[in-house]
Write a protein that binds this ligand. Structure first.
Ligand code: GCO
Ligand code: MN
Ligand code: MN
Length: 389
């Protein structure tokens, strides 16, 4: 029997060169894995099987100090690896955080020359992404923030960030790249406080941009959990606004450092509701795993990590379908959701509707006495997630 959890390219699972290629460095220790070349990472993804595509930062592909000849060779090798593994590039982004020039931010830096360099580097990275057919362009403000608020005016920081995105939207249109921009929030790490700390902050910014239709968000599980927020709700807000342009799947214990764990490995119940949301709403974007294998992993274990990320998603997708078709769940949902066409009609504002509503008598005891069997519903959900239903 074929494995029902075997991923297929149409599932749109993607990985970054920096995720499966992560060398296992942390603030306390040196790398535990060798640095594989971009082509070797693409070969590894081919071996994983069922992957849709690969994503990169400009410098994951072309080191910041590469000569033109070196860059051309790396690009040729990468293109050949994509071809032999039947993989494509889906998303590209710029590294605006690693180089010490960005020690105090990129688009929000206090230094006009650093801000100009950030635009220069991003345009070149957009050219590189477009060369490989990337559709989505992610902005993660890795160093956009402060340790001390004495250093910057936070209102000015928002304005500087907006100016940069407006500039780059126009550049994308001018070049005919057709990018959709996805803004990625994070509350802290590496900065003490990062601007736009949660997805909601970007959702509030987008309508004020010059080309709001080109710009959406790239929420990440770990980032919202680091802020103590419900990730599924953040994604729902983006979906409802038509702004979910990309997603970074990984996992994270609440209250810990940025762990970048394998999707679903820390909080399987949250992962279930997330997958259910994406599938119920038929979201068809790239499901990108922005996570690292444990520092203890060797190459085989990195392959297991990549397979496990997709497998967990596919198991949860099946569980979500099961939940939707379970007769006990359906029965409970009917009990919970009381509908009334008369009251629905009154919910549309008219002067007469307002008067009718104001004049109505409500029996508060009757309302409060109605049963809401959420314990039963939640345990049923647990049974389904745990595979005993
Ligand atoms: C992080 C971020 C990054 C970004 C990536 C793309 O916490 O380091 O999630 O991995 O997603 O840089 O811009
Ligand atoms: Mn992250
Ligand atoms: Mn991310």
């Amino acid at each position: 029997m074929p494995d029902p959890y075997q991923p297929k390219p149409r599932d749109k699972f993607t990985f970054g060169l920096w995720t499966v290629g992560n060398v296992g460095r942390d603030p306390f220790g040196a790398p535990t894995r060798p640095q594989w070349s971009p082509a070797e990472i693409v070969d590894l993804l081919g071996e994983v099987g069922g992957v849709h595509g690969v994503n990169f930062h400009d410098n994951d592909l072309v080191p910041i100090d590469a000569t033109d000849a070196e860059a051309e060779q790396i690009k040729r090798d990468f293109a050949a690896a994509l071809k032999r593994n039947k993989l494509r590039v889906c998303m590209a982004t710029t590294n605006l955080f690693a180089d010490p020039a960005f020690k105090d931010g990129a688009f929000t830096s206090n230094d006009a020359e650093v801000r100009a360099y950030a635009l220069h580097k991003t345009m070149r990275a957009m050219d590189l992404g477009a060369e490989f057919g990337a559709e989505v362009y992610v902005f993660w403000g890795g160093r956009e923030g402060v340790e001390t608020d004495a250093s910057k005016d936070p209102v000015l920081a928002i304005q500087r960030f907006r100016d940069a995105i407006n500039f780059l939207c126009t550049y994308s249109m001018d070049q005919g790249y057709g990018y959709r921009f996805a803004l990625e929030a994070k509350p802290n790490e590496p900065r003490g406080h990062m601007y736009f700390p949660a997805t909601y902050a970007y959702l509030a910014l987008i309508p004020s941009l010059a080309y709001p239709e080109m710009v959406g968000v790239n929420p990440e599980v770990a980032h919202e959990h680091m802020a103590g927020l419900n990730f599924t709700h953040a994604v729902a807000a983006a979906l409802e606004a038509g702004k979910l342009f990309h997603i970074d799947l990984n996992d994270q214990q609440f209250g810990r450092y940025d762990q970048d764990f394998r999707f679903g490995s820390a909080d399987v119940k949250s992962a279930f509701f997330l997958v259910k949301l994406l599938e119920d709403h038929k979201w068809d974007g790239f499901r990108h795993f922005d996570s690292h294998a444990y520092r203890t992993a060797d190459r085989d274990d990195v392959i297991a990590f990549a397979r496990g990320s997709m497998r967990t998603y596919l198991i949860l997708r099946e569980r979500a379908r099961q939940w939707n078709s379970n007769t006990q769940v359906k029965k409970l949902l009917r009990r919970i959701n009381r509908t009334s066409s008369d009251l629905a009609r009154l919910g549309t504002y008219r002067k007469s509707h307002a008067e009718t509503l104001k004049a109505m008598d409500f029996d508060r005891d009757r309302l409060s006495g109605r049963s809401l069997p959420y314990e039963q519903l939640d345990q049923l959900t647990m049974d389904i997630i745990l595979g005993v239903k």
